[in-house]
Design a binder for this molecule. Structure first.
Ligand code: PLP
Length: 418
């Protein structure tokens, strides 16, 4: 069989395919694996029980269940949900958004695919353009989403050492090249994989840069505010006519319902709905129905602030304390955990690559993600990218602790045997 370029690129060994295979195997076939690799949200009983109750209420409410599973909705997504979310964003942030500014997609993963290829790739004039990721490392899930060659460009960040063992990446504005070849600029904030939260000043400068070049700034807010609000530092939520905000229900604890959200000016929402109609006919209605009440009442904000954020903050603090205790005497650094559900570890001068470390850890039953996968668009070999790994601290505490101890042990061995 001969696959097309598209087939080979997306249907072949994309980085994300290998990753999902590993994660899937660890979660199902090989259940004793210590899973510090994936992006699965944690199990939070109070939140799980909330959604269970909501499901029960749907089942008990006349023909609600039959309507939920028995009807196609419009390609823009369930209108009750987009109206309720627009009202919430107006109330909470004063954003000038109506239902016409919101589209729902089957996960925000598919939203970024649609948006990237809407703004970048081969133009009508035959000129190619790309998506600029101003701060690498960036989300691995973007890597294979471009339909054309050279779809991403990225820049190295500067590294700010904040305190012993703790650093923060910052956008190096001098290294950004924006021009006719730029179709859009995109950042995840909070950032997967690093837990970085771009400062208000950085976002404001990126907004100005995007506006000057008449390209949109896409802010991937999958972990951000107002929900799931996994942000531990101060961060203003930004939106204007030239900003596109992507959100998701996944990190609330609902990755299985596949609900992504795009907030943008009406012209962009129309285009996204059009693409969604071609690819999916419409968006699944299950997630919007499960979350509707919480959005209408605003309870989702309280749940995020009072249950979800403290849950992850506590887990982050425990993980950091353990790593500092285990690796305090070694040249290890971690990115300041400001949000999301990951720790980004940098083993400076590590005698083996993070790919080799990943293999050794897998042998010992611990799954992490080696750092070099997280640099889409950075077309230079940067040793730093082979000295980092991403670990997830969202899972069961005993599993996380056991996994971190094995990581520390392998890292020490690698340094000591050099
Ligand atoms: C930064 C970021 N964006 C988008 C996604 C995709 O989320 P989903 O498609 O589940 O909404 C993820 C998932 O891990 C993510 O980390």
């Amino acid at each position: 069989m001969r696959f097309s370029k598209f087939g080979n690129k997306l249907g072949g060994q994309a980085g994300i395919t290998q990753l999902m295979d590993d994660l899937g195997t660890a979660m199902s076939v090989n259940r004793e694996m210590l899973m510090l690799g994936g992006g699965n949200p944690g199990q939070i009983p109070a939140v799980q029980s909330l959604f269970r109750q909501r499901m029960q209420a749907i089942l008990d409410d006349g023909d609600s269940f039959e309507r939920m599973v028995g009807n196609y909705g419009p390609p823009q997504g369930a209108p009750e949900f987009t109206r309720a979310l627009a009202a919430l964003l107006q109330r909470e942030f004063g954003w000038p958004v109506e239902a016409e500014n919101i589209a729902l997609t089957n996960g925000s993963q598919s939203a970024s695919f649609m948006l990237f290829n809407l703004f970048a790739g081969d133009g009508e004039d035959g000129e190619p353009s790309n998506v600029l990721l101003p701060l690498a490392p960036e989300y691995i899930g973007y890597s294979d989403q471009g339909l054309t060659h050279g779809f991403f460009s990225a820049a190295r960040p500067t590294i700010d050492h904040l305190e012993e063992h703790v650093f923060k990446y910052r956008v190096d504005f001098d290294a950004l090249h924006v021009g006719n070849h730029t179709g859009a600029i995109c950042v995840s904030r909070p950032t997967n994989p690093t837990g970085n939260v771009l400062t208000d000043e950085e976002v404001t400068r990126l907004m100005a840069l995007a506006e000057r070049h008449q390209v949109p700034l896409i802010i991937d807010n999958a972990y951000g505010t107002p929900f799931p609000n996994i942000i531990f530092s101060q961060a203003t939520p930004f939106f204007n006519d030239n900003v596109i905000v992507c959100m998701s229900l996944s990190k609330l604890g609902l990755p299985g319902v596949r609900t992504g959200i795009v907030i943008a000016k009406a012209e962009v929402i129309k285009a996204v709905s059009g693409i969604n109609a071609v690819l999916n006919l419409t968006t699944g209605g299950f997630g919007p129905m499960l979350a509707l009440d919480l959005i209408e009442s605003g309870e989702i904000i309280k749940v995020s602030r009072e249950i979800i954020r403290p849950f992850y903050r506590h887990k982050a603090e425990q993980a950091v304390a353990l790593l500092k205790q285990e690796l305090g005497d070694y040249p290890f650094h971690l990115h300041k955990p400001e949000g999301a559900i990951f720790l980004w570890l940098w083993f400076e001068g590590l005698p083996i690559t993070s790919q080799e470390l990943y293999q050794r850890l897998k042998q010992r039953g611990v799954l992490v993600i080696p750092g070099h996968h997280f640099f889409p668009g950075l077309n230079e070999d940067w040793r730093h990218s082979h000295e980092c790994i991403r670990v997830t601290y969202s899972q069961d505490q005993a599993m996380v602790e056991a996994g971190l101890k094995i990581i520390a042990d392998e890292v020490k061995k690698a340094y000591d045997n050099a």
